[in-house]
Design a protein around this ligand. Structure first.
Ligand code: SAH
Ligand code: SF4
Length: 358
């Protein structure tokens, strides 16, 4: 089997190659690796986009606080609980609650209550992942104790200079603060997921090689990487002519997934929704390049169009049922099996905890 030493030069060379034969060999080595250790099914996490209200103003994101053209929403508790009920009925095994970042006692208490109530109503059957931005340790701990056991917080770019160019320099978007939040998540006990966007303005193949090395060094349990996609109502839209073409962003993402799978054999790697914008089978191609997690959208169709972090987000008119049908059809067509009703936890987390008990 093809093996990766994981040096920066080697990773950058893989990312730069356009040799179709070599790329195919890389993707299929990653698929064999995943199948050998983790089996041939993907695990699902039904996605609830709780709210597009965000106190941050990231320069790339369509729901940034400075975008006055977005109609802001907050799902009601009943709507969230209904979506959780759907996840259980659909046998997804887990759900993700994602939201714009808000730091307030009211927001914290609301998430705590929702997590508890979902656990209660589903008899502890559904795994819960949160993705609600940077929070203090006490908040991460409170949500963990309520029953959430995985958390996603992308580093976005592991290069502090690129990071600085992605965010306003207003004192609340610092690289170090993001990194510290990631360590707090581990401290609170979560299976910790991070990730980056691929094809960002100012980003090179060497930056992406460094991102892979960052995941290894941070010892991530889960990684979600997706292509950067333009949003017309963001400052970054002005840079659109400097971006890699979309086909290259797609291919780079597949290569990043495959390289990461060969470097970190037992982590969970998500096939992200953004891939579906570039290719109707983007997520399935990511699974065939070594990813093992998919997050079908369960957000109410009435508000989906307001959670556009990038333009042309797929399925914005679909409801949860239709998203499920489309995904099942696609996976079936590509011969990919689903691990119904299973949490699909990161195996890496299990061995990390055995090696380094708190
Ligand atoms: N507010 C939370 C979670 C919601 S945003 C947070 O930022 O962590 C979730 C992810 O969407 C971000 O981490 C970012 O990587 C991704 N994202 C935002 N804008 C994007 C864009 N224009 N293209 C691709 N991904 C984007
Ligand atoms: Fe808010 Fe997250 Fe978008 Fe940044 S990426 S503006 S934190 S929703």
């Amino acid at each position: 089997m093809l093996s990766i030493s994981g040096s920066r030069e080697e990773l950058a060379a893989w990312l730069a190659t356009e040799d179709e034969g070599r790329i195919q060999a890389l993707l299929s080595a990653a698929l064999s690796q995943k199948t050998a250790l983790l089996g041939d099914s993907v695990h699902l996490r039904g996605l609830i986009e709780l709210s597009n209200i965000c106190n941050k103003n990231c320069l790339y994101c369509g729901i940034r606080s400075g975008n006055a053209r977005v109609e802001r929403y907050d799902l009601t508790d009943e709507q969230v609980l209904e979506a959780a009920g759907f996840a259980q009925k659909a046998r997804y095994g887990s759900l993700v609650i994602q939201s714009g970042e808000r730091r307030s006692g009211a927001f914290t208490r609301r998430i705590t209550a929702l997590v508890r109530e979902i656990k209660r109503r589903t008899n502890n059957k559904l795994g819960i992942t949160l993705s609600c931005g940077e929070q203090p340790l006490e908040v991460y701990r409170e949500w963990f104790e309520a029953g959430a056991h995985r958390y996603l917080l992308r580093i976005e770019s592991s290069n502090p200079d690129v990071y600085a160019r992605l965010h306003p320099q207003d004192g609340s978007h610092g690289y170090e603060a993001r990194l510290e939040a990631l360590y707090r998540l581990k401290e609170a006990g979560y299976q910790t997921g991070t990730g980056v966007m691929i094809g960002l303005p100012h980003q090179t193949e060497y930056d992406l090689a460094d991102d892979l090395l960052f995941f290894k060094h941070f010892d991530a349990d889960m990684v979600g990487m997706g292509p950067y996609l333009e949003h017309a109502d963001t400052p970054f839209y002005a840079l659109r002519d400097s971006l890699w073409p979309q086909a290259k962003r797609l291919q780079m993402t597949l290569k990043m997934i495959a390289l990461l799978r060969l470097m970190m054999k037992d982590i969970n790697i998500a096939a992200t929704t953004a891939l579906q914008v570039l290719d109707a089978y983007g997520r399935e191609k990511a699974v065939l390049a070594g990813a093992n997690i998919i997050m079908p959208n369960m957000t109410l169709s009435a508000v989906r169009h307001n959670y556009q972090i990038y333009n042309n987000k797929p399925g914005i008119h679909d409801d949860a049922e239709l998203s499920k049908t489309h995904l099942e059809q696609n996976l079936d067509r590509m011969g990919i099996r689903i691990g119904w009703d299973e949490w699909g936890d990161s195996q890496h987390f299990g061995s990390r905890k055995t090696k380094n008990p708190d």
